[in-house]
Design a protein around this ligand. Structure first.
Ligand code: C2G
Length: 133
């Protein structure tokens, strides 16, 4: 069984995220999604999520391409995750291109997929904030 892993915040889940998860799953048979906890997001990415970790986990677990959701609590855990879960392929959107190539040394294929254009959580928040109702 070919196992794939990907990491993210997945706040305000949108079709860009779904496109990423769909393509990631197409690279193997089992997809693990590692979702940033609220603490990790705030401490490491200065991101304040709209949905809590538990709510984001519920949403991503409902996506047909996803087999398992686990928490992301540190940048460093990727090295242990890929061994603990016997990962074959690590996938991220290409906004992260080159940032995780070190995982190849762990025997993992590293794949960066093109981001879906014109959609982002920031875009959604900004458009809602300025929309005239
Ligand atoms: N993504 C995408 N297209 C978009 C928006 C996001 O393909 N329009 C991808 C990103 O490239 C990423 C995944 O969807 O691979 C999740 O995006 P975020 O939730 O923004 O993830 P991020 O905050 O970048 O966290 O350790 C890695 C980090 O946890 C990644």
């Amino acid at each position: 069984m070919k196992k794939v892993i990907t990491y993210g915040t997945f706040d305000l889940l949108h079709y860009g995220h779904i496109n990423l998860l769909k393509r990631a799953k197409s690279l193997g048979d089992y997809l693990i999604v590692v979702i940033s906890t609220d603490e990790f997001n705030w401490n490491e990415k200065q991101k304040k999520c709209y949905f809590t970790y538990e709510q984001r986990k519920t949403l991503v677990e409902a996506v047909r391409y996803v087999d398992l959701v686990i928490p992301e609590e540190s940048w460093e855990q990727k090295v242990t995750d890929v061994h603990e879960y016997h990962i074959d392929t690590f996938v991220m959107g290409d906004d992260w291109k080159g940032k995780f190539d070190f995982l190849e040394k762990e025997g993992v294929e590293v794949v960066y997929l093109p981001r879906t254009p014109e959609i982002s959580t920031t875009e959604i928040k900004n458009s809602l904030a300025t929309r005239e109702y």
